[in-house]
Design a protein around this ligand. Structure first.
Ligand code: FAD
Length: 413
């Protein structure tokens, strides 16, 4: 029997799960990603704040898929998708044909139409982003120690995080612990604990998707760590060395943007396919593209309210579930219609604030403090790709917990 060719774009949570789900005899799968690794984005903030090395949260796609003999991994950047010709064009002019296409290229940092702010801010979507933040933060403390100008010291030691969702909360909490605890005794001319960390949120509370008192608890815990939380404070302007928050101008060279995401630009090449304002593909209930039963999309690149009326969030469990669902649909139905509709299974939400402090809402139960933090640690270890990474991350965390140190502070200028 002739093998069907499945082309998967993106080796993130959705694409990788999909690639792993096809039986070897019937399907020849090609997975394309612009990087050679799968990245565990939920721990990126720990790389950015010197808690983990970049190799601890990433693993080569080729090695993850080495036992899947029907999967070919290609490193390449997708530029355009030609749905009519059933072809995908890569940056280096290669063209790939397919019988089935799965678009799982994820999201990128979004600036709500203010794309010029990108040059003055630091996003957090890739290992490069995390390494850039780490370098900029650690160099700022080095420069503050070297200068004798108090105004410059204050400027260097002011950090701004924009966006009060889980990523912003985790970044702000981790930066506060870095400055006020980890670096505290390592400098002679400056006091790192006097660093100012601002967390800026346009809405009335942090972690808007979290229920009950969890947002309020998060705010209080962050303030205890020394973070200044600005609520109801939309960013009006960002420029070189400053951010305008309401009427307040904060002078800082380190403005970390955790406020928005939009779909990868690849979706804009899809012609008449409906997209939402953030460029996400408005898929059919079976995750296929309208008029193209052979083309599917999964993960952060999708905009969908599922068959039970639930708005599917941009989180890794949703991406994994979609990747698995698409493979099952192709295996069982091919292009035959009608097909089952995707239904999201909500496993709960959680965010960490700092040492021994996290919030979680799982199955209607709200947890906070140490129990939520332990659960957060356990779940992140469980889902991290590769046994080596799990062991190393676990050891890093134990070592950091006992010594209050962080193991990845070496930078090159
Ligand atoms: C900092 C951060 C923290 C997060 N924390 C959590 C959390 O705690 N819990 C949670 O559930 N979710 C979290 N998320 C969200 C979660 O990571 C995403 O929902 C998930 O990664 C989506 O999976 P995906 O497969 O759609 O996209 P991704 O995992 O982003 O994968 C997309 C892949 O496509 C590749 N790609 C993109 N464009 C191209 C192109 N043009 N050509 C070739 N390849 C391309 C990328 O290299 C990438 O490998 C976090 C995200 C971030 C950024």
């Amino acid at each position: 029997m002739k093998q069907q060719r499945v082309l998967i774009l993106g080796g993130g949570f959705a694409g990788l799960e999909c690639a792993k789900s096809f039986p070897e005899d019937q399907f020849s799968v090609t997975l394309v990603d612009r990087w050679n690794h799968h990245l565990f984005q939920p721990l990126l903030y720990q790389v950015a704040t010197a808690g983990l090395a970049m190799t601890d949260i990433a693993q080569p796609l080729r090695s993850i898929l080495s036992h899947r003999k029907n999967v070919t991994t290609l490193m390449g950047e997708v530029r355009t998708i030609d749905l009519a010709a059933r072809q995908v064009h890569l940056k280096d002019h290669d063209t790939l044909d397919y019988d089935y296409l799965v678009i799982a290229v994820g999201a990128k940092t979004g600036y709500f139409g203010h794309n010029d702010w990108a040059q003055h801010t630091l996003g957090l979507k890739s290992l490069d982003d995390a390494m850039a933040i780490r370098k900029k933060v650690l160099l700022a403390f080095e420069r503050a120690e070297a200068t004798e100008d108090p105004k410059e010291t204050a400027h260097l030691m002011t950090l701004v995080v924009v966006g009060g969702g889980p990523t912003g909360v985790e970044m702000a909490g981790s930066l506060a612990e870095l400055a006020k605890v980890v670096l505290k005794d390592d400098f002679r001319r400056i006091d790192p604990s006097s660093a100012k960390i601002h967390l800026v949120e346009s809405g009335p509370k942090l972690l808007t998707t979290f229920p009950g008192t969890l947002p309020n608890y998060t705010e209080k815990r962050l303030e205890k760590l020394g973070v200044t939380v600005h609520l109801n404070s939309p960013v009006k302007e960002v420029g070189a060395g400053y951010a305008l928050i309401g009427d307040q101008r904060i002078e800082s060279d380190i403005i970390i943007w955790a406020a928005g995401v939009e779909a990868s630009e690849v979706t804009r090449t899809l012609g008449g396919v409906p997209l939402d304002r953030a460029g996400r593909i408005q898929v059919q209930p079976d995750l296929s593209l309208p008029g193209h039963p052979e083309v599917f999309a999964a993960g952060d690149v999708v905009s969908l309210t599922d068959a039970k009326g639930v708005r599917v969030p941009g989180v890794s469990p949703a991406a994994i579930q979609m990747g698995r669902f698409i493979a099952k649909t192709i295996i069982e139905n091919g292009t035959t219609l009608p097909r089952n509709s995707f239904v999201y299974f909500d496993k709960g939400i959680m965010a960490t604030i700092g040492r021994s402090a996290a919030v979680a809402s799982v199955g209607g139960v709200h947890l906070r403090g140490l129990p939520a933090w332990l659960m957060w640690l356990f779940i992140h270890l469980l889902f991290l790709m590769g046994m080596r990474n799990r062991i190393i991350v676990f050891l890093h965390w134990v070592w950091s917990y006992v010594t209050w140190q962080r193991g990845a502070r070496v930078i090159q200028s």
